[in-house]
Design a protein around this ligand. Structure first.
Ligand SMILES: Nc1nc2c(c(=O)[nH]1)N[C@H]1C(S)=C(S)[C@@H](COP(=O)(O)O)O[C@H]1N2
Ligand SMILES: [Mo]
Length: 225
């Protein structure tokens, strides 16, 4: 069912003019020739497009999901989904903006503030950045420590007031509200505190490491609580 839908979406993508295919598919090269892996309309997408740089991603749920926090921290830890659900949750309603142009206004995301997880792990003074890895085995992202500690950066368990679906990166994805959506790593499995920012998957292929969505839409206003 999902594969079939993605196949149709990919046909649409192939038929569309090159400009509309989007920078991700343009840059993806080999991945683009694997249409089921890259992009297609989600069944209940509501304007979202499905992105994965790998052609398949293992499914994880409460039984086997783990989020490992390590690197320059005093207390490395591995959380289960139940652990994350038991922590205080933050809900934000912001616009989602992909760098290729599509946008989904007013999308609720809910989860644990990244700053809370970093504080619990005890970030060492030598640290300057945070690297995110994913259980698709390929994608990565990064933020400076200052960016990672913003109140509008969450480890999201829910989107649109439902548990995150597999297609949207469930059970757990990063949500970096003030930045382009490529920062919001899906299928999050690792948070490593590092000295310096390391370029992520798309950043190694030409995207900006600083991915602020412009001041013009107010997304860089950090909430105070
Ligand atoms: N693991 C992983 N995370 C990812 C991506 C990806 O390919 N793999 N694509 C990014 C990009 S470019 C976008 S626009 C969003 C798409 O999220 P969606 O599939 O929930 O719409 O996920 C981001 N996070
Ligand atoms: Mo994107």
């Amino acid at each position: 069912m999902l594969l079939g839908t993605l196949g149709l979406g990919a046909l649409g993508v192939v038929a569309a003019p090159a400009l509309q295919r989007g920078m991700e598919s343009f840059l993806a090269g080999a991945a683009e020739r694997d249409p089921t892996g890259l992009t297609g309309l989600l069944p209940n997408g509501g304007g979202f497009r499905y992105y994965s740089v790998t052609s398949s991603v293992p499914h994880k749920d409460a039984d086997n999901y783990q989020l490992k926090i390590d690197g320059l921290v005093d207390r490395p830890v591995t959380y289960t989904l139940a652990d994350l659900r038991a922590m205080p949750q933050t809900r934000m309603v912001r616009d989602v903006q992909c760098v290729t142009g599509w946008r989904v206004p007013g999308t609720p995301f809910e989860g644990v503030r990244l700053s809370r997880l970093l504080d619990a792990a005890g970030v060492r003074s030598s640290a300057g950045a945070v690297r995110f890895t994913c259980f698709d085995g390929a994608y990565s992202e990064s933020l400076t420590l200052d960016q990672a500690r913003r109140a509008d950066v969450i480890v999201a368990l829910r989107m649109q007031d439902k548990n995150l679906s597999h297609s949207h990166g469930g059970p757990v994805r990063l949500y970096v509200a003030p930045m382009y959506f490529y920062k919001s790593a899906k299928w999050l499995s690792g948070i490593t505190v590092t000295e310096d920012v390391r370029a992520g998957y798309w950043e190694n292929r030409g995207y900006d490491i600083d991915a602020w969505v412009g001041k013009s839409n107010g997304r860089d206003d950090e909430p105070t609580s």
